[in-house]
Design a protein around this ligand. Structure first.
Ligand code: ATP
Ligand code: MG
Length: 439
């Protein structure tokens, strides 16, 4: 078995070997190359202790990324390579980092601490593939299996539960039976894991090609850190569909980017609070719940705000007429309005049967939106061909009156009553405005 390593990575291995240490590429990069994929980054594992790694790479730029855990990043020809000493992890009582790490000179012990067999492979240009746990076989069978006893491994570090689901979603691998059963038994462990670690894995999971299936099969596991979804499975939509099943289809129907996938996951989250008596709008409640849930999971401000807004507006009636589209653009801005159209599209596709009337309207709206943006039609005060200063020159008093007049003109432009040209707008305000021209 031959793996083509980038020359910088070969250099790192050779440098360690020349100093008398073992060194292998390891983990995700080996897995990805064996699957015919270009790895994102290359990790090297070595029998050298942290200080010895530093000494082996004198003359290179070294960054002590995680020196306590044995990791040093070495820059070789611009390429950052993470070099980590062979280690055996201790308990993860803070569920973040192992409390203690012990270093070892034995590769097999380092491989044994890794989460899944497919991630426990090491490779050296001369020694070939080191596969102590049948990782290659599992990759061929497209299967995720813990290294060692799954119960113990998940109890050591609960994040591995979510990593298994993430890999299954992204790689379209099946989770092997014992590992899967252990996940169901141990999923409560996820409650001990920090929100930041959950966030990284969950965001990848929801963007995976198998997200729908994983969320369906492991809903209870996901509820450990996202309890807000729990009531959805017991609810029906107005047209009699199961709300959780609708949610899952909507996730698949959306583009695989976090903001859209997460919006679809949460778009019906306010439904349980819908009150037939006072007709409260469930989407307002939904936006509030989404906001809190995403904050708790430490999503960034833009993501939290955008998703809350999209959840709140996803049922906004859409009229595919130019003057309406201009108004939506004015209200939401181009970027968010585009997202809203995509959310509505995923929602319509997830209806049973597919809501083709809405899809047609959305397509029209989309074409109009692109036309408006391309031809630079005005939909905001910023784009209006007169400014507040122009109006004050006409004698309109500074302050609220100027603001009102500008909005009046913008509406006239968006309704097609007046072209967005300076002289035309001035003429228009003199003719139509409440303003009488005498200050
Ligand atoms: P990706 O391609 O998404 O980066 P990866 O497998 O490289 O996937 P990383 O989080 O970069 O994942 O971790 C690198 C390697 O470290 C893994 O392949 C695995 O061997 C090991 N590893 C990472 N997290 C854990 C963990 N929580 N428990 C045990 N081993 C882990
Ligand atoms: Mg990686």
């Amino acid at each position: 078995m031959k793996i083509n390593l980038p020359p910088q990575v070969e250099k790192a291995i050779e440098t360690l070997n020349n100093s008398g240490f073992e060194a292998y590429v390891v983990g995700g990069c080996v897995r990805d190359t064996l699957m015919g994929k270009q790895p994102f980054d290359w990790d090297v594992t070595t029998s050298a202790m942290p200080e010895e790694i530093k000494n082996a790479f004198t003359g290179y730029k070294r960054i002590e990324t995680g020196i306590k855990h044995g990791t040093i990043t070495v820059l070789i020809g611009q390429m950052p390579i993470e070099v980590t000493a062979y280690r055996i992890d201790g308990e993860y009582s803070d569920s973040r980092h192992p409390d203690s790490v012990r270093f070892t000179r034995k590769l097999e012990e380092d491989l044994a601490r890794r989460d899944f067999t497919m991630n426990a492979l090491a490779y050296h240009p001369a020694n070939g593939l080191i596969d102590c746990f049948e990782g290659l076989k599992d990759i061929k069978l497209r299967r995720i299996r813990c290294v060692g006893d799954p119960d113990l491994r998940f109890q050591e570090d609960g994040l591995r539960i979510l990593r298994a689901l993430r890999f299954s979603s992204v790689l379209d691998f099946e989770i092997e039976k014992e590992t899967s059963e252990s996940i169901h038994r141990n999923c409560g462990r996820l409650r001990l894991i920090s929100a930041e670690r959950i966030n990284t894995e969950f965001t990848k999971l929801i963007c995976g090609r198998n997200a729908e299936e994983i969320l369906r099969d492991y809903r209870f596991t996901i509820e450990q850190f996202l309890p807000e979804i729990a009531p959805l499975a017991a609810l029906q939509t107005e047209s009699g569909q199961n709300v959780w099943e609708h949610t899952l289809r909507a996730i698949t129907a959306a583009e695989a980017v976090p903001v859209l996938r997460l919006t679809m996951l949460l778009h019906e989250i306010g439904k349980p609070f819908y009150d037939n008596q006072n007709k409260a709008n469930p989407d307002l409640k939904g936006a509030e719940i989404a906001n809190q849930a995403l904050k708790k999971l430490r999503y960034d401000g833009w993501t939290v705000r955008t998703i809350s807004e999209l959840v709140k507006r996803h049922n906004l009636p859409l009229i595919p007429e130019e003057k309406q589209i201009l108004r939506y653009l004015n209200r939401f801005g181009a970027e968010n309005f585009r997202l809203l159209l995509k959310v509505k599209e995923a929602d319509a596709k997830a209806q049973l049967p597919v809501d083709s009337k809405t899809l047609e309207d959305l397509e029209k709206a989309d074409r109009m939106l692109e036309y408006i943006l391309k031809s630079g039609l005005c939909y905001s005060l910023k784009g209006l061909a007169v400014s507040g200063a122009d109006l004050m020159k006409l004698g309109i008093p500074e302050g609220a009156e100027v603001g009102k007049t500008l909005t009046f003109l913008l509406n006239a432009v968006m309704d097609g009553k007046c072209p967005n040209e300076h002289s035309e707008l001035i003429k228009y305000i003199k003719k139509e405005g409440t303003f009488n021209g005498n200050g």
